[in-house]
Design a protein around this ligand. Structure first.
Ligand code: PLP
Length: 418
């Protein structure tokens, strides 16, 4: 079958597809597998209970039920939800926006696909414009989104060594080359895979760069602010006309409802809504209707702060303690865990690659993710890319403890074999 270039690109084995396949196959082949690889949110009983109550109220009302399943929304998504969300953001943060600054998509992943291709790629002036990732490691889900080739550029970070076993990445502003072929800047905050949270000062500086160059700053808040607030450090929510803030209902516990939220200038919102119309007529209504009441009374924020964030923070602290105990004085370090649901480990001078370590761990029944996937846009070889692992810590304590003990054993063996 002769495929188009587009068809070839999107059906060949992309990084994210092979990663998802590998995780899926490993799991299917061994039901004892300790899953420390995925990005599924946890099922927190209090949060589940709130969503069940809301669903029951919808089911009890014929008109709400019809609204839930029986009506196409406009291409920008459920308008009452967009209006109430705009009101909440004005009330809580004083942002100057209305529902015309908000649209919904089928998950935020779809929003990135649309935004990257609306902004990046071959422009009307013939230039190939790129999405600049100011700091890699960055989310693997971006890397295959370009309809054309070579959509991303990225910079290596500055590495702050906080103590013998803790470090933090910072944007290396001296290396950032924003020019006429830069279509937009994009950062995830908190970052998947590292749990890094860019500081308010870094965000301000990136915001200034975007404004000065008349390009958007895309902030991926899938784990961030103002919800689900998987953030364990000081950070202020940020939005302005030239910022495109992408949020999601997934990490609140609703990934199957596929609801992404784009908050941007009216021009960007019209563009994304137009793409919604072409690709799917309209986004689904279930996510926005399930959370409408919570946006009306701000409880989406209080639930995030009072229930979801402490739940993840507690798991994070437990996993950190276990790693410290198990890895002892090996030459390892952990990115300061400031947010999201992962720990990012760096094994300095590891005699095997992180991919080999991943394979050995899979053999031992522990699934993690090799760090080398998370450097989209970094073109030159960099040893650091092969020395890191992403570990998800959301499982129960006993499972996490067992998984970490096996990781430590394999790492110790790898260093000993040098
Ligand atoms: N952004 C980041 C950083 C993510 O980790 C994910 C998913 O794990 C997404 C965006 C996409 O999430 P969704 O499409 O479920 O909203």
């Amino acid at each position: 079958m002769l495929l188009s270039k587009f068809g070839e690109k999107f059906t060949s084995h992309s990084g994210i597809l092979s990663l998802m396949d590998d995780l899926g196959n490993a799991l299917a082949g061994n039901d004892q597998m300790i899953m420390m690889g995925g990005g599924n949110p946890a099922h927190i009983p209090e949060v589940d209970a709130l969503f069940r109550q809301r669903l029951q109220r919808i089911l009890d009302s014929q008109s709400e039920f019809t609204r839930l399943v029986g009506t196409y929304d406009p291409p920008g998504g459920e308008q009452t939800f967009c209006r109430e969300l705009a009101a909440m953001l004005r009330r809580r943060f004083g942002w100057k926006l209305t529902e015309r600054n908000i649209c919904l998509t089928q998950g935020s992943q779809t929003a990135f696909f649309m935004l990257f291709n609306i902004l990046g790629g071959e422009a009307a002036n013939g230039h190939n414009r790129r999405i600049q990732l100011p700091l890699a490691p960055e989310y693997i889900g971006y890397s295959d989104c370009g309809i054309g080739e070579d959509l991303f550029t990225a910079e290596k970070p500055d590495i702050e060594e906080i103590d013998a076993h803790t470090f933090k990445y910072h944007v290396n502003f001296d290396a950032l080359n924003v020019n006429e072929d830069t279509a937009a800047l994009c950062v995830s905050r908190p970052t998947n895979p590292t749990g890094n949270v860019l500081t308010d000062q870094e965000i301000e500086q990136l915001d200034g760069l975007a404004k000065d160059n008349d390009i958007p700053l895309i902030i991926d808040g899938a784990y961030g602010l103002p919800f689900p607030e998987l953030i364990f450090t000081e950070a202020t929510p940020h939005w302005d006309e030239h910022v495109i803030l992408c949020l999601s209902l997934s990490k609140l516990g609703l990934p199957a409802l596929r609801t992404g939220i784009v908050i941007a200038s009216e021009q960007i919102i019209s563009a994304v809504s137009a793409m919604n119309a072409i690709t799917s007529l309209a986004p689904n209504s279930v996510g926005p209707l399930m959370t409408l009441d919570m946006v009306r009374d701000d409880s989406i924020m209080t639930m995030s702060r009072d229930i979801i964030k402490p739940w993840y923070e507690d798991r994070m602290q437990f996993a950190c303690q276990e790693f410290k105990r198990e890895l002892g004085d090996l030459p390892w370090a952990m990115h300061k865990p400031e947010g999201a649901m992962f720990l990012w480990l760096w094994f300095k001078g590891l005699p095997i690659t992180s991919l080999e370590l991943y394979e050995r761990l899979k053999e031992r029944g522990v699934l993690v993710v090799s760090g080398h996937y998370f450097f989209p846009g970094i073109k030159e070889e960099w040893q650091h890319q092969h020395e890191c692992l992403r570990v998800t810590y959301t499982r129960d304590r006993d499972t996490v403890r067992r998984g970490i003990a096996i990781i430590a054993e394999e790492v110790r063996k790898a260093y000993a074999s040098d």
